[in-house]
Design a protein around this ligand. Structure first.
Ligand code: COA
Ligand code: MG
Length: 303
């Protein structure tokens, strides 16, 4: 359950260090578009050294690594170099086929020297083709729990010029949430919002992503983490609503009725189920904060 994922370029040790202490639920050490082509080899070497230098017994967010895409000359070299047992998962950009995931998994298993190595594989969905074919692409991939919308590449392909909270991403977000469900995956993670000083725009994007069924959002700057975490944390009002709904639902069942009412609206089984999920999410966030401190990762461990 990660609400926020902060990208830190693998070429920039200071940003990776700051990422670890940022309060994000997860950090992504990036070898792909966050690193200039001329710096790919140096960034990879820097990342390998940095992963070795982390004191993993100390509190830290979940650590992910994004490798370069399968169509680049760096894909195999990245996969051969960056396996680390403390890395929660590997993000694969611009995934267009099952083959890419099979290749990535095999390379990482080889690097880990164990079939049982517990890493996840998280594809970025960044094209119309990948979105449309998602269920076939991830079929049988037990290491893929969810995917991420790569909105910038998607918008470039479709010629979209998005405005914050506007209509451009409604179909990609909604379709990705639906097709993730078809594929048996968790809700997808929403794309980056590049204007990192524009908090109102970020909040509009978060609202829409949530409405359409995404969970969690990528961040590119520490200033984005708090609004993102907040958006995916049930508010006090949400929790109070959920409790009223469950109370009303239990009362209606006890009285032999399937449907009851709360706050002037009908309460029935699926609504009660949503209320239960809100309370479960609130509980999961509270537990994370007990481990990590209210700022996120500062006083806990990498979960
Ligand atoms: N991770 C960790 N720390 C970050 C950070 C990030 N992504 N972005 C900024 N910071 C840190 C900076 O190092 C700085 O701290 P310092 O002064 O103590 O060094 C502080 O936050 C404020 O940064 P600021 O000056 O506002 O931003 P910047 O000009 O240094 O960087 C970006 C702006 C966009 C270049 C930077 O945020 C960035 O590199 N983001 C990630 C980009 C990326 O990975 N893109 C590919 C994926 S889409
Ligand atoms: Mg991209």
């Amino acid at each position: 359950m990660y609400r926020s994922y902060l990208f830190s370029p693998a070429s920039d040790t200071r940003k990776m260090e700051k990422g670890l202490a940022s309060g994000a639920d997860a950090v992504i050490f990036d070898l792909e578009d966050g690193v200039a082509p001329s710096q790919k080899d140096a960034a990879r070497a820097n990342l390998v050294e940095f992963l070795e230098s982390i004191d993993w017994s100390k509190p830290h967010p979940a650590v992910f690594v994004r490798v370069n895409g399968a169509m680049t000359p760096w894909f195999h070299r990245d996969l051969e170099a960056v396996y680390h047992p403390q890395v929660a998962g590997y993000m694969i950009p611009k995934v267009e086929s099952r083959e890419t995931l099979v290749t990535a998994e095999a390379a990482l298993v080889r690097a880990a020297e164990s079939e049982d190595a517990a890493f996840q594989l998280i594809p970025f969905v960044e094209s119309a083709h990948a979105l449309w074919n998602l269920p076939a692409i991830v079929q049988g991939q037990r290491r893929v729990p969810r995917v991420i919308l790569g909105g910038e590449d998607f918008a470039t392909e479709l010629g979209i010029r998005a405005v914050p909270g506007g209509l451009s991403y409604v179909v990609p977000r909604g379709l990705l949430a639906l097709l993730s469900r078809v594929a048996g995956l968790e809700p997808p993670v929403d794309t980056v919002y590049a204007a990192f000083r524009d908090e109102a725009g970020l909040r509009a994007e978060l609202q829409q992503a949530k409405e359409l069924g995404c969970f969690g959002k990528l961040a590119i700057h520490p200033a984005q983490i708090e609004p993102i975490n907040e958006a995916f944390t049930p508010s006090d009002d949400d929790i109070a609503w959920a409790r009223r709904v469950l109370e009303a639902f239990d009362a209606s069942l006890a009285a032999g009725r399937g449907a009851g009412k709360a706050d002037g609206a009908m309460v029935e089984k699926p609504i009660a189920e949503r209320a239960r999920r809100i309370l479960a999410l609130a509980e999961a966030v509270a537990q994370r904060q007990a481990r990590h401190g209210p700022g996120g990762a500062k006083e806990g461990s990498g979960t």
